[in-house]
Design a protein around this ligand. Structure first.
Ligand SMILES: Nc1nc2c(ncn2[C@@H]2O[C@H](COP(=O)(O)OP(=O)(O)OP(=O)(O)O)[C@@H](O)[C@H]2O)c(=O)[nH]1
Ligand SMILES: [Mg+2]
Length: 462
């Protein structure tokens, strides 16, 4: 069956392996659709009675040859009390890809077809078992790369984002209906009060804008915090990196200019992802081509960094090169001056430093392993803890953010059009597009293409 034929039919019976393919304790083959129970009876002929939501231990047999394929635990869920809302069966087998493929093949021979990526969850959505926000959250939970992103995605299951977006959409939809009613039946439907219209649109615009403004936090958490370690040669940048990642990733020597290219390492701190980048020491060019190239790269890295750690040798006086470094850091960039080598006698001139940067200071010794926990806790506290105006219930994924951005743009165009005195039908046209975009988040307005895009991110069996 082609995938298009499969897409067109949500009411046949599908089969898929729900667990990762590999050797392990348990591997699950999942079946969903009207003939799920028939398939179960064919594969487990020794089970005489099958009650829903009861675990049975049974031999799974090949229906053609009557030979045992595996021995496992079988569960039957009668629709609508199942994940998909349809009759479902789970064969919990020994996790050997050969066994799982064999069980799938038995199901296929008995009338099922192979499930498409995400089709189990898509069916759950179609049968009203979950709203679109929840269905999408399933994939975000599975793909979360760190604990904080997972926790954020999990929060979306509470339904608050769905409720908020649905409310905004429904309010706008009522407005559109009223505007269109007053155009089509001017005698029966009165014109909307212009001030009420503007007030409601402005409130909705503000609500969307505030949800969008929170998203930087979610983006930083899911993509990781990029921490750029920069400074003069020999100040201990690589030593600091090695301490943070807990292994000797970068070469450390007492020779200035040891690190020539940048070194990137990802570490999990406080349940979040941090990408540390150690760089070549910045000094006045000695005509060394390789070093100059390294420094050009640093300039690019400064732009992409979430935060800068400007490492200074706390036991040596500041030099002209420190001024050069200060100039490389844009004013609005977040960062810290890390005074390394705190085990040595202090000699860095803090007054001069203050004139160069407004970054706060932290004192550490990479060699003696002092102050590094404080540095890490500072980064965790600043970048992984949401600010008071960030509500984790409203963290969105990339697709949802894109829809909200378009809705926000559409609303501001509609507001401008009202100010400029445009015709009502034009305003209603703009608002309909906004309703559509909000409906693409809540799931009220979906095309097959949008659904395909969402569920193609899933794996087969989910
Ligand atoms: N006393 C003391 N020495 C340190 C400390 N951290 C690093 N060093 C020493 O400083 C020297 C340079 O260390 P690196 O980590 O290679 O410095 P870097 O900034 O990466 O140097 P480049 O790669 O050349 O730019 C080495 O001899 C380290 O052992 C510290 O906290 N205290
Ligand atoms: Mg180095």
């Amino acid at each position: 069956m082609s995938s298009n034929e499969a897409k067109a039919n949500y009411f046949d019976t599908i089969v898929g392996i729900a667990t990762p393919l590999g050797v392990g304790a348990i591997g699950i083959v999942r079946v969903s659709g009207p003939i799920s129970k028939d398939i179960l009876q064919k594969l487990c002929p020794f089970l005489t009675t099958i009650h829903p939501r009861t675990a049975y231990h049974s031999t799974i047999t090949s229906s053609q040859e009557s030979i045992a394929v595996d021995d496992g635990c079988i569960l039957y869920f009668e629709g609508p009390r199942s994940y998909t809302g349809e009759d479902c069966v789970e064969f919990q087998c020994h996790s050997n890809p050969i066994i799982l493929q064999q069980v799938v093949s038995e199901c296929l021979q008995n009338g099922a077809r192979l499930a498409l990526p995400g089709e189990f969850t898509r069916r759950a959505f179609i049968h009203g078992k979950m709203d679109l926000v929840k269905a999408e959250t399933v994939i975000d939970i599975i793909h979360a790369k760190n604990q904080v992103s997972k926790d954020i995605a999990l929060k979306r299951l509470n339904g608050k984002l769905f409720k908020k977006i649905s409310e905004m959409r429904n309010n706008l939809l009522r407005l559109v209906e009223q505007i269109e009613g007053s155009i089509d039946f001017p005698e029966e439907v009165p014109d909307l009060d212009q001030r009420d219209l503007v007030a409601l649109l402005a409130t909705t615009w503000k609500d969307i804008k505030s949800v969008l403004n929170m998203q930087d936090f979610g983006k930083t958490v899911s993509e990781g915090v990029t921490v750029l370690i920069m400074g003069k040669p020999n100040v201990g940048k690589s030593s600091l990196l090695n301490r943070i990642v807990g292994e000797n990733r970068a070469i450390v020597t007492s020779i200035p200019g040891t690190t020539r290219d940048y070194i990137e390492c990802s570490v999990s701190l406080g349940g979040g992802l941090f990408n540390f980048i150690d760089t070549a020491g910045i000094r006045a060019s000695q005509g060394d081509k390789i070093e100059d190239m390294g420094i050009r790269k640093i300039k690019r890295l400064v732009k992409k960094a979430t935060v800068i750690l400007w490492i200074v040798d706390g036991g040596a006086p500041l030099t002209k090169e420190d001024e050069t470094i200060a100039k490389l850091i844009p004013k609005r960039k977040k960062g810290y001056v890390v005074l390394n080598k705190s085990d040595k006698k202090k000699r860095a001139n803090s007054k001069t430093l203050e004139s160069l940067t407004s970054f706060p200071y932290l004192s550490v010794s990479a060699k003696a392993n002092q102050g590094l926990t404080e540095l890490q806790n500072e980064l965790i506290g600043v970048f992984l803890k949401p600010k008071s105006d960030v509500k984790l219930d409203f963290m969105c994924n990339i697709r949802q953010v894109q829809c909200l951005k378009e809705a926000e743009k559409g609303l501001s165009v509609a507001l401008k059009s009202i100010k400029l005195g445009f015709e009502q039908d034009l305003i209603s046209f703009e608002l309909k597009a906004v309703v559509q975009k909000l409906g693409e988040v809540s799931g009220h307005d979906l095309t097959e293409e949008v659904l395909d895009g969402i569920f193609s991110r899933f794996c087969v069996g989910k």
